[in-house]
Design a binder for this molecule. Sequence first.
Ligand SMILES: *Cc1c(COP(=O)(O)O)cnc(C)c1O
Length: 375
Amino acid sequence: MVPAIHRPAQINVDLDAIKTNVKNEIKRLDNNQQLWAVVKANAYGHGAIPVAHAALEAGATGFCVATLDEGLQLREYGLPKPILVLGIVPTQWAPLAAQKNISLTVGSLEWLKKADKILTETGQTLKIHLGIDSGMGRIGFSEDDEFKAANVFLQDNPHFEVEGMFTHFSKADSADTSYLDYQVDRFNHMKDLLTVKPKYIHMANSAAAVFDRKIKTDIVRYGVAMYGLNPSSVPNGKDLESHVDLKPALSFTSELTFVKKIHSGYGVSYGATFVADKDQWIGTVPVGYADGWQRKMQGFKVKVGEDYCPIVGRVCMDQFMVLLPKEVPVGTKVELISADPKAPNNIKAVADQVDTIHYEIACLLSDRLPRVYQN
Ligand SMILES: *Cc1c(COP(=O)(O)O)cnc(C)c1O
């Protein structure tokens, strides 16, 4: 979608907040520990390139992405440092990754063997991180025998440089740490099977980091907390307390493009699910579900000027309506998502409204919304 730069609706990203979040976490790390900034999915909707530069400036020493293309984009924009693709990339692209000095996750012996054939032809060496499925049930080695065979395959193999070995937690944001402990044990068991020595061993995500799970490995893969958001991920649940200050970076603002008075019996939006019971003021905001502002946002209160006003009628593809307490001028500021975690329209409140987590809200904000950077 083409960004709508001639429409008053934008995502504001405070890069200082991102830098502060990165610095605050780095301060808590030991000297030999690194923070790699997770900038997948366009930096959780915040914009990969500006966020990556901010993270770098604040002391991040590597990047994690979800797809090879996201890594290629960072390289195209000249970002230095290691880049790790966290997902599985088809082996046919191993030469491209090697050429661009992008590290790939390996989760099976079969992948290694296929990639080895291709890299033998091209004569390249690919950096890899061995992904361990210690209980996430997603990708990675989970069987001892296969992992041991991979280890043998990698010994003195000129086509692979084993840069890392890592796992990913499924419940680091839970108050009950028994499953986390199980995953750590499982990972350590697999690590002991290795004779090739990866440069970096890593486990922690944001949750393990900010909830102080005492995971002292070489790299923290810092994602959602870098954006200033608490990694607790239960919709409508209470957040666990972060041990580090988190400053949200993102806000979402627009303006009223139309204001009118409607009379008793007059309906608003598709299906006329809202019908005025007296003379009422209605404002129109030029944002809809095509921007990632879902239909389930109906009923949520956004800030119009100084008032919190409910969304009335269905959210359309490109517009929605709010019930105003009084007549206000066209051009009045509308804040859909506040960067203040205490504001009633903070991103967690938005996520609660649609029964999801703020990760999903931020990622779904579409390309049609220009990203505007402060600091
Ligand atoms: C997305 C992801 C992360 C970052 O997770 P956060 O909860 O945002 O910190 C870390 N590691 C892996 C493997 C991931 O997929």
